[in-house]
Design a protein around this ligand. Structure first.
Ligand SMILES: Nc1ncnc2c1ncn2[C@@H]1O[C@H](COP(=O)(O)OP(=O)(O)OP(=O)(O)O)[C@@H](O)[C@H]1O
Length: 801
């Protein structure tokens, strides 16, 4: 539909093609100084006048989002305009990758002669202020041009526009898949000439004024196949016409492009040119006169020949030739020992299109040998992308590039890593996978399973190494080799990793049963003893009390709230460490993480907490039997399963605990906040509730006395109910009937203020309703009219009213 609309639009506008570019006059005026072929220059000059006359260009409007993006770019004060070149080269390289991939199964697509050369060519025209970048990649059909460069907003467009408005950082443009538009940082008019095997050559052009035009290209040199982007540079972007500037930029940004990048570069060379005629005749004369003085007889035939030789001199001349700017080196094929940290960092930046100054947190470069052979480089980025966990289960977002024998195959291969490791960036190059099969067949290939397994291992090792090399971690582990690990750069790196990607590790524990234990080792959290720092399960175990069997934890919305939880009272007092889990995902995590190193996990707000045997336990239980039985009966309407004597309380009279496999109070809270949770499931999964009482607490002791005295006492029943509701709240539950709770509180307040329970609310006096305004006036008038009689001030009358 969109296509149709555009065409309709184009027809309506066909009488009014895109305005001729501002730079046209300049273009037409000067002959092409760089061109090696004067015919080409002539043709180009012709084309320019043709273009302004062109009536067959179809005009299109940019999609609104794209238009907005271009507007931002063209008006941007962003100082690093260099990035456009990186984006264009990256697009050219992608296009070359695509044709190379197609050629694997069909050699014909490459064509013959120069068309088979998979390279990128950069050319400058100082006179006309044009910078052009040409590739022999896959090219674009007319439909591709319409779709890719303007009409269909990519998913990243609005995200990028938003990001730009807040951060102003254009550097990220490549990550959002809208890199092409960065050309308008330096150009005010851009032509994209493209030839795809399935279509004729077309020209796309736009001045970024909301519209673009496309015409069949009948005037430019045929490209054979591929794309040429011609940037008509703005006056202030003259620096991009300097060869040295371009060489530097290619070195800086495009070092890891796997295709040769050439620049049409000038060179000063010495050339022998014939000397002028005047000069030569003078010289000849001199020679002749001197030779007259010589003996004539000495002249022979040889000398005659020498005299006829043309005279030359050496002069400097500028010539142009293609100069190769990059050495196409695949970093992953090199020996890891020979690759420097700086090279890895740069490689990461180019892979991830992340051109911030930050280093990756870690990398792993290895070769796998055996049945399945491959080389891989994996990186842990310094930061998680904002949308890492958005639509985690639906999005296919593998960040590994797959190569087969140096040929780029795909960067959308989900089979290489599990979802939870999607945050890694990197590359895999396999010699075992077949080259000449379709992507679909490759996806089924049995070697992929082995590759995946090895990649996961290596990835988890790499993450563990961040911790091992972090001096903060070594200190926390009381490791003796702290000295060895005292590298400042590594300090605090694991905490950084954890803050960015901790959730992924938790998701891994949930999803990857095979590696659950390995992942659990990477888990970090705060606890009652971690002193505001992160700690690990191994550290927890090393601090466990003798006789302690379980690993204790508690879940809740935040640490501050949990620290005050009644569930921790006695555990803290007795010196047990309790882990705080405060991320909603932790509730799910703990459904999968049952044990670690033979220790079971125990939620301290759930049933089953054992703190070693207390000899008085049985006695206490017995002596409170009457109360617990009575209380259970009194709470019959409240869905309480049982009332028991607690072993976890110190200062609090009672708490409500849940059954082992039901939801915790925290989970109930989480589920209630999820709009789409099924109410039936909620009722079903809700943990059974048990009221646990503190046998040493005065309130509980007094309650026992009263119950023994008169089990039917209504005020005791009322108090017991109120205590239960208060315990529910303190234990993290939401009250199902807050009104009931409030009225119980008020009746209790009444009694503490010695107000009779029957005291009622004072009736409001019957106050006359204010009359509507017109009536009021009449009334006022009435009063005013009688003021003489009553001697009333009229303002008083108003007040009365
Ligand atoms: N030189 C080229 N050859 C063939 N197609 C190209 C070329 N340059 C751009 N395209 C097409 O235009 C699309 C838009 O390019 P753009 O740079 O805006 O985004 P992208 O390349 O998808 O993302 P990124 O900038 O992250 O690489 C590309 O996806 C590609 O299909």
């Amino acid at each position: 539909d969109q296509g149709r609309n555009l065409h309709a639009n184009a027809e309506a506008d066909s009488q009014n093609p895109v305005d001729p570019p501002k730079v046209e006059e300049k273009l037409g005026a000067v002959p092409n100084g760089l061109s090696t072929d004067s015919d080409v220059a002539k043709r180009e000059a012709e084309s320019i006048s043709k273009r302004s006359l062109r009536s067959n260009a179809e005009k299109f409007e940019f999609q609104a989002e794209v238009s907005r993006l271009m507007d931002i770019i063209i008006n941007s004060l962003y100082s690093n305009k260099d990035i456009f070149l990186r984006e264009l080269i990256s697009n050219a390289s992608d296009a070359l990758d695509k044709i190379r991939f197609l050629a694997l199964t069909d050699k014909e697509v490459l064509g013959e002669g120069d068309n088979t050369k998979l390279d990128i060519q950069i050319k400058l025209d100082k006179e006309k202020k044009i910078l052009s970048i040409r590739d022999r990649g896959i090219g674009m059909t007319k439909e591709d041009l319409i779709k890719n460069l303007g009409t269909i907003a990519k998913s990243g467009t609005s995200a990028f526009v938003e990001k730009m408005q807040t951060s102003g950082d254009l550097n990220l443009i490549g990550q959002f898949g809208v890199g092409f538009y960065s050309v308008y940082l330096v150009a005010d008019y851009v032509e994209v000439i493209s030839k795809h095997n399935d279509d004729k050559q077309h020209v796309w052009e736009s001045k970024a004024d909301g519209a673009f035009a496309i015409s069949e290209d009948t005037w430019n040199e045929p490209l054979g196949r591929g794309t040429e982007i011609r940037l008509h540079l703005r006056d202030e972007a003259g620096e991009y016409l300097e060869e040295n500037k371009l060489k530097d930029l290619v070195k800086k940004y495009s070092e890891f492009i796997n295709f040769p990048i050439y620049l049409w570069a000038s060179k000063e060379v010495d050339v022998e040119v014939p000397t002028d005629e005047d000069e030569s005749s003078d010289e000849e004369e001199k020679t002749e006169s001197s030779s007259e003085e010589e003996e004539e007889s000495e002249k022979d035939e040889d000398e005659d020949a020498e005299e006829k030789k043309p005279k030359t001199k050496t002069v400097k001349e500028t010539t142009y030739d293609w100069e190769l700017l990059n050495d196409v080196k695949a970093i992953w094929l090199r020996n890891p020992k020979e690759v420097t940290d700086e090279e890895y960092t740069k490689f990461y930046h180019s892979l991830a299109k992340d051109f911030s100054d930050e280093k990756p947190l870690a990398w792993s470069h290895f070769t796998a040998e055996g049945d399945v052979e491959f080389k891989a480089v994996l990186f842990v980025p310094p930061k998680a992308p904002q949308d890492l966990y958005e639509s985690y289960y639906n999005a296919n977002k593998s960040n590994l590039k797959l190569y087969v024998r140096r040929v780029f195959i795909s960067d959308e291969f989900d089979e290489l890593l599990p979802k939870y490791l999607n945050f890694l960036k990197g590359l895999v190059d396999s010699d075992t996978l077949p080259l000449n099969v379709s992507r679909e067949m490759l996806q089924q290939h049995s070697s992929l399973k082995t590759i995946k397994k090895k990649l996961i291992r290596k990835a988890l090792d790499m993450i563990r190494r961040i911790a091992d090399e972090d001096p903060d971690e070594a200190k926390a582990n009381d490791k003796k080799d702290v000295e060895d690990a005292s590298d400042d750069e590594k300090k605090g790196q694991y905490a950084k990793f954890w803050n960015e990607f901790g959730k992924s590790i938790k998701l891994g524990i949930i999803e990857d049963a095979t590696n659950r234990n390995r992942l659990a080792k990477l888990l970090r959290f705060e606890s009652t003893k971690s002193d505001g720092k992160l700690t690990s399960l191994d550290q927890y175990i090393s601090r466990m009390k003798s006789g302690q069997k379980d690993i204790f934890y508690i879940t809740g919305p935040n640490k501050e709230q949990l620290e005050k939880s009644p569930f921790l009272e006695r555990l803290k007092k007795k010196g047990y460490e309790v882990i705080f889990f405060t991320d909603p995902v932790d509730e799910y995590l703990m459904q999968y993480l049952m044990d670690y190193e033979d220790k079971k996990f125990q939620n301290v707000s759930k049933e089953g907490l054992k703190l070693g045997k207390d000899s008085k336990d049985k006695e206490l239980k017995e002596s409170f039997k009457e109360l617990t039985k009575w209380w259970k009966g009194a709470l019959a309407s409240e869905n309480v399963d049982d009332v028991k004597v607690s072993n976890r309380l110190d200062n609090t009279p009672c708490v409500v605990v849940t059954s082992k496999y039901g939801w915790s109070a925290n989970m109930e809270r989480i589920m209630q906040s999820q709009t789409l949770t099924d109410a039936n499931k909620q009722a079903y999964m809700r943990g059974k509730r048990v009221l646990e009482i503190n046998p040493r607490h005065p309130i509980i002791k007094e309650l026992r006395e009263r119950v023994v005295k008169d089990p039917e006492d209504a005020s005791v029943k009322q108090t017991a109910h109120l205590i239960y509701q208060t315990a529910l709240m303190e234990s993290g539950f939401m009250l199902s009937d807050p009104k009931d709770f409030a009225s119980r509180i008020y009746s209790s307040v009444k009694s503490s203020l010695n107000i009779s329970p029957d005291a009622t609310v004072e009736e409001e006096e019957d106050v006359e309703e204010p009359e509507p305004e017109t009536e009021t006036e009449t009334e006022t008038e009435k009063k005013e009219s009688s003021k003489d009689d009553t001697d009333t001030d009229p303002s008083n009358a108003k007040d009365e009213l």
